[in-house]
Design a protein around this ligand. Structure first.
Ligand code: SF4
Length: 431
């Protein structure tokens, strides 16, 4: 419902960080368009700016604070409205407000209604009907759907539980309706998101789990693929692994972070499992869903990580042979247990050496794994064009570059023959 009195204001939503932030920004975008605002691609031209921030890595936080500094100048020039949301926003915003007094609103992650209502007030608009059910009217063929917010695990290096709070699941029926609407609007693939997606539903009454949700949405006609991110080894149940095997639309692609290979470091990280328990979970997955691709997350240079501990991590990589490893050097995050209690005692140079060692090992492993795809046929969802090459993904989330394709296939699932490979991607032709 729009009761607008002034010239159309232009907004820009700036996003950094994980898929959860991308999904949140998309919902802010929908709400602002419902207020009658126009999107502006160039941040310098926008009247209303929403920054959706991330603090998981220092570099992401530095990018956001650097941009906030620049925006002070823009605000002085043209009275730009500035809202900051995402993981940079702490439970108390006093120190941030002192540091960045030109910010109009600090909104916690996923507090989209507050953002829309505050901007409506600022512009003297009514937000009636603008904050409910913020689903894009023209859906993209692949959409992220947050299903559980926050995390109860409190790993010692991670700031997420402090910024996103305890686990809170969206009701299953609400998610069914949301996903059905997305599919009616053109979506073919959904990625169910949670910081710990496998713990979905334990807080609902009656309790549900991720398998319940998957069974429900698997029946939506025209939905072709269901993905999910990110899993925790302790919450990946036998039922869930069987569901991945049994449901045709659930992609056989699993991201299961192990973070460290040494029991001593795992305990210091408070991950809640040992290396043997992690390896048993992998065995379970490989036994029940042998065709599954498995990716992981790994931190090198966690405080106190010795050469021997690091070799334990390499040993896990050599045993499991992951399809991809998201590896990061440990960096201190303010507010975490590790920041308060453990010295960051591994020099950056050593962390870089360990990063390189992991990357070199993974290159070899991935090249060998990808060589098995050569001359085989796969369905690929075409996602877009990068420079001169079209690209898409297999069910197993392998990035595929496609020769001689046409624009009209973007958003379609096509049959392909793999013609070449590298450690990072496959090449294919349409058949
Ligand atoms: S499980 Fe993931 S999101 Fe939760 S505290 Fe650990 S690293 Fe952070």
């Amino acid at each position: 419902m729009i009761t607008k009195s002034k010239t159309i204001d232009k907004f820009h939503v700036w996003t950094v960080g994980c898929q959860m932030n991308i999904a949140d920004s998309q919902r802010v975008d929908v709400g602002l368009k419902r207020l009658g605002l126009d999107e502006e691609k160039n941040i310098e031209e926008a009247d209303i700016i929403v920054l959706n921030t991330c603090v998981v890595r220092q570099s992401a936080e530095d990018t956001a604070t650097g941009l906030l500094g620049k925006l002070a100048k823009q605000k002085r020039k043209k009275s730009t409205y500035i809202c900051v949301t995402g993981c940079m926003v702490e439970s108390t915003t006093k120190s941030l407000a002192q540091r960045f007094p030109h910010v109009d609103l600090w909104a916690k992650p996923q507090d989209t209604p507050k953002i829309i209502e505050n901007i409506a007030d600022y512009l003297n608009l009514s937000s009636d009907g603008c904050v409910e059910n913020l689903i894009p009217e023209k859906s993209k063929f692949a959409e992220f759907v947050p299903i559980v917010q926050g995390c109860d695990k409190f790993c010692t290096f991670c700031v997420i539980p402090y910024r996103r709070g305890r686990e809170t699941s969206k009701p299953t029926n609400q998610l069914f309706e949301e996903i059905k609407t997305l599919v009616d609007n053109g979506t073919k693939e959904v990625t169910l998101l949670g910081q710990n997606v496998d713990s979905y539903g334990h807080d609902l009454n009656p309790k549900k789990d991720l398998s319940d949700l998957m069974y429900l949405i698997n029946d939506i006609d025209d939905l072709k693929r269901i993905r999910f991110l990110t899993s925790h080894p302790n919450d990946m149940s036998l039922r869930l692994i069987r569901t991945i095997k049994d449901l045709p639309k659930v992609c056989r692609s699993i991201n299961l972070p192990f973070q460290a290979g040494s029991n001593r470091i795992l305990a210091n990280m408070r991950r809640g499992y040992t290396r043997d328990q992690f390896l048993r979970k992998i065995d379970q997955i490989k036994t029940i869903v042998p065709e599954a691709t498995i990716t992981t997350d790994l931190i090198v240079g966690f405080p106190g990580e010795t050469e021997r501990d690091f070799e334990d991590s390499l040993d896990i990589l050599n045993r499991v042979k992951f399809d991809k490893v998201h590896v990061a050097a440990y960096s201190e995050r303010k507010g975490t247990f590790a920041f308060r209690q453990i010295d960051d005692d591994i020099p950056m140079e050593e962390k870089r050496i360990r990063l390189n060692t992991v990357n070199q090992l993974q290159d070899k492993i991935q090249k060998k794994l990808n060589s098995k795809y050569l001359n085989k046929k796969f369905d690929v969802l075409v996602e877009g064009k990068n420079r001169d090459m079209y690209f898409g993904r297999t069910e197993g989330d392998k990035l595929v570059y496609l020769d001689d394709l046409d624009e009209k296939f973007i958003g379609e699932i096509i049959k392909t023959l793999i013609t070449d490979y590298s450690p990072y991607s496959l090449n294919a032709e349409k058949i």
